[in-house]
Each structure stands twice: as C-alpha cells, then as structure tokens.
Design a protein around this ligand. Sequence first.
Ligand SMILES: Nc1ccc2ncsc2c1
Length: 239
Amino acid sequence: MRIDVLTIFPEYLAPLGQALLGKAAAKGLVEIGVHDLRRWTDDVHRTVDDSPYGGGPGMVMRPEPWGRALAEVRRPGTRLVVPTPAGRPFTQAVAAQWATEPGLVFACGRYEGIDQRAVDDAAAHGPVSEVSIGDYVLAGGESAVLVMVEAVSRFIPGVVGNAESVELDSHADGLLEGPSYTRPAVWRGHEVPPVLLSGDHAAIARWRRAESLRRTADRRPDLLAGVELTAADRAALDA
Ligand SMILES: Nc1ccc2ncsc2c1
C-alpha cells in the first residue's frame, strides 16, 4: 500500500518512520511519502491561507496549492482522506476497508480548514472521505493522520507480527476488549482471575467473552446495538 500525506508541517509526521510502521516500510509492506504543501504555492511568501469569505474568525486554506499538489501526488482513483471534526466517524471497520485499497492520500488541513472547492474538485478524480477521529477539535489534521495511518496499517498483512492479535483487538468483533493479565499471579495482593490459570480453554473463552460484554455494556452501551448477542451473552450481561 502507498500512503501519501500532504501537510504544511511535514516534520509532524516523523513518527510514521518509527516503530511498527517504520519496520513495515523497511520491509516494503507499505510505502510512505510526506509532502510539504508549500511546494505547490505560487508566491514568494509561499502563502497557503487567506481570510474566509463571509467573514468570521481565523483563516482558510487556499484551494490552488491543494489543487496543484493533489494533481501531482494523487494517482487517479486513489482515495483522498480529509481529517475534519465535521467528518463521518473513522472506525475500525473503515480502517479495515481502507487497508484493502492500493493507496491513500491524506490532506492535513490547518487553520479553519481547507476551501471546500478543493475537496469537492478532488471527488472528480477518485473517492474522497471527510472523516473525524472523535468529537474534539485539534489544531490541524496531522495528529488525526497519525492515528488513522496506524489503525489502517495494522490490517496490512505482515505489519503486525501476530495476525491473531489484530482479530482480537477491541472493536474487532464490535465489542471492547476485556482486561489482560500476565505474571506474577499475585501482585500487591491482586490475584489474576483463577479461570485464566485453569488451562480450561473453553471456560477461558467464555470468561473473556463475558468480560468483553460487561465492559462494553458499562463503557460503550451504544456498541451493543450493533452486536448479535447469544443467549449465553445475555446471561453474562444479566449476571
Ligand atoms: N484541519 C483540521 C483542524 C482541526 C481538526 N481536529 C480534528 S481533525 C482536524 C482537522
């Protein structure tokens, strides 16, 4: 998969070359390009923003640099992702879907955002997704891109050593993951739940499912609506 990021703060995306993703890039599992939007400005001051039509606070990113940058960086048909607090929710399911695509281009807005015409015009050259990573506002899209690139790349075969762990991640089955434990068996008087030491794999699986359901009901009851519950699930929730 090819991932390109357009930003006025390319150094902000340096973490993409580290850790899991850095190793994946070194193994050729993913190609990452980070590009300074100012490369496509047309004035000596390398201006990327201007005052908003209709007045109001802040500045808006000019469409021309974006139009030129996307024409050069984005292969036709490649999905353009625009992080914005006004976007549709970015979810684990969206990450899994995007991981099947040949490439992604991320447009990091700053200020009050990107002139909508740059985003609308991009739709003529491939799919465009305006997405939010949560109901809060950041200073720009760069942090959101770091989050989304990590979430998507975990689905690329070979990026995560143990493929099973991706399947068992929170949200993989629509539920939150339950608690995890490792040695020692007793720590500061806190014991590991005995079932996990029993060697009874069926009982362990039942316990883990019950803990996942209980945690989801407690912290994210909204997720339960999207999950088909068995009679055993309901019994666990009623326990
Ligand atoms: N351009 C921009 C500005 C703020 C923000 N917050 C979350 S995503 C995002 C994107």
